[in-house]
Design a protein around this ligand. Structure first.
Ligand code: NAP
Length: 288
């Protein structure tokens, strides 16, 4: 039986200090505020948006919703980003992605002021993650995965243990691989062309699944000393709810520890997001 790495105790520890920092900012006349820019009404986007707003309310941060129609022009999205950049009452900007295909993702994400890039999507933030330096902010989901590992005592490592990441997107796979590397793991970055995937993942101490493929990871992918972090969020028709990339029922009896879906990485992600907003507001106040 594996230890279940619930997100709740991780956020409980974080949220008290986030609340304290928000109270201090408010005492200085600053309400740390997140702007969420959404184009269209994708279910995944509104799900994340609602959770982010819930967390802002719970912790005392402000939020502003900028909802644009699915057929918004590039200029309209650009203007929305520029307005948020220029508004001193907004400290963090979350641009929900992927954007509709007619919009230039590279151009738009890089329009966000790196000082307000609380979900780490600009090249400046990503360069910071790759260089192992503090520039902009790390993306929230990889940061949440690393926070869970650290909270439950699985980082730092001492012998350059192996970690495998399934997924190489700029949103999750690559940044989390760089964060693992910074923590001295020896990292395998796996993807859809990786041969003998289960052989690679099976020999690692930590497995991070971020493929977006329901129940890709089965009992053949894991070992009994392994810690499994399931980042996947997939809609399960049968359950009428979300499920992970890991087949929990088959994997949990084998491994040492595992995050649940829901209740694992996703829970921690929104707390990290609000914390980044708070940090952005503190940096802005200190730079005045
Ligand atoms: P993505 O851009 O679609 O990337 C998926 C990656 O997985 C790609 O690199 C792909 O390989 C790889 N992959 C797909 N099928 C594979 C297979 N059968 N074997 C090996 N590798 C495979 O997705 P993403 O944006 O990184 O998101 C990944 C997952 O995280 C999704 O389920 C998403 O919903 C979830 N997510 C969770 C949170 C959270 O807070 N928990 C936040 C955001 C996203 P190629 O590069 O070769 O195509």
């Amino acid at each position: 039986m594996a230890k279940i790495l619930h997100g709740a105790p991780v956020i409980e520890e974080m949220n008290q200090s986030t609340k304290n920092r928000i109270a201090e900012l408010k005492a200085s006349g600053v309400v740390p505020t997140l702007a969420i820019i959404r184009v269209g009404k994708r279910a995944e986007d509104t799900y994340y948006e609602n959770n982010a707003i819930k967390r802002c309310n719970e912790l005392g941060a402000g939020h502003i919703k900028v909802a644009l129609p699915i057929d918004a022009t590039e200029e309209e999205v650009e203007n929305a980003i520029i307005e948020c950049n220029e508004d001193n009452g907004i400290h963090g900007i979350l641009l929900l992605r992927p954007l509709p295909k007619h919009l230039d993702d590279n151009k738009l994400r890089n329009l966000i002021d790196p000082a307000k890039d609380v979900d780490g999507c600009t090249d400046v933030s990503l360069a910071g993650v790759f260089a192992g330096e503090k520039r902009g902010f790390p993306p929230c989901t990889p940061h949440a995965a690393m926070r869970i590992l650290n909270f439950y005592g699985y980082t730092p490592v001492t012998n350059g243990e192996q970690a495998s990441v399934i997924g190489r997107s700029l949103v999750i796979g690559r940044p989390v691989a760089m964060m693992l590397l910074k923590d001295d793991f020896t990292v395998n970055i796996c993807h859809s062309k990786t041969a003998n995937l289960s052989d690679v993942t099976k020999r690692s101490a930590v497995l991070i699944a971020a493929a977006g493929r329901k129940h890709l990871v089965t009992e053949n992918f894991v070992n009994e000393d392994q810690v499994v972090i399931d980042v996947g969020v997939n809609w399960d028709e049968e359950k009428q709810g979300i499920t992970g990339d890991v087949d929990f029922d088959k994997v949990e009896p084998i491994v040492k520890a595992i995050t649940p879906v829901p209740g694992g990485v996703g829970t921690v992600t929104t707390s990290i997001l609000v914390r980044h907003v708070v940090e952005a507001a503190e940096r802005a106040l200190n730079n005045k």
